[in-house]
Write a protein that binds this ligand. Structure first.
Ligand SMILES: [Zn+2]
Length: 242
């Protein structure tokens, strides 16, 4: 259910694994993504189960319509009847408003400045890394009063640099923008380490209180992996303030 969680000064961070939900194969069990072909009733039930496990109200969780871009949505309340915005990061200065990000190999990024009372969730795959979605999220937080020196950052389960094979030219293009993403697979071919790239971007912005999940989604049978399974579910990362 919740594979990893922690709390820092009233800021809560949680990442799901794939177990403890009601979805059938190939989305078994805790698929939280609504746009992957799973039964919508199962997704709703899973979102309720995950929220209860975290101790948050499922009706208040703020989701995004993720499109591999760098747009940041600002939330001051649950979307309710409003359309879910197309964005790959969401930020709020509201306490008790959980923000959520969906992934299956991409990097889920959770950020919180507990002093300013500002949190953000971001979805960073290869395009988002290059487009700078995480720096955009940090800038949006700063605009709401956060200080990068106080921001606590968590990145969740994602495909690792030893597994994410890409064409040589793609590695060259991405690492020209974010050198830390340069990697090689365990079988000796060009690769990208998106998590390392995200952490380098955060370091450069002055965000030093960071941890990175050791879990590789492609290698872990407890997690969904798009590159391994193609048709599969989505994991979620949640961040909120007391
Ligand atoms: Zn791996």
């Amino acid at each position: 259910m919740i594979g990893q969680r922690d709390t820092v000064n009233g800021a809560h961070f949680g990442f799901t694994d794939r177990w403890g939900g009601v979805s059938a194969v190939p989305y078994e069990e805790l698929n939280l993504g609504g746009a992957v072909g799973d039964d919508p009733g199962a997704v709703t039930a899973n979102r309720e189960l995950a929220a209860k496990s975290l101790g948050v109200d499922p009706a208040r969780v703020v989701w995004m319509n993720q499109v591999h871009g760098a747009d940041v949505a600002v939330a001051d309340a649950p979307w309710g009847d409003r359309p879910v915005p197309r964005a790959d990061a969401v930020v709020t200065a509201e306490r008790g408003l959980p923000l959520a990000v969906l992934t299956a190999d991409c990097v889920p990024v959770l950020l919180a400045d507990p002093v300013a009372g500002v949190v953000a969730a971001a979805h960073a795959g290869r395009p988002g890394l290059v487009a700078g979605v995480v720096p955009a999220a940090v800038r949006a937080m700063t605009g709401l009063g956060a200080d990068p020196a106080r921001i606590v950052a968590r990145t969740g389960p994602a495909v690792c640099g030893r597994c994410y094979e890409v064409p040589e030219e793609m590695r060259a293009d991405v690492s020209a923008v974010v050198p830390a993403a340069y990697a090689e697979t365990s079988w000796g071919t060009p690769a990208l380490d998106v998590s390392a790239g995200v952490h380098a971007q955060l370091e450069r912005l002055g965000v030093r209180e960071r941890t990175q999940s050791p879990v590789c989604t492609r290698e872990s049978t407890d997690h969904f992996s798009y590159r391994r399974d193609r048709t599969t579910g989505r994991l979620a990362g949640y961040v909120w303030l007391d």
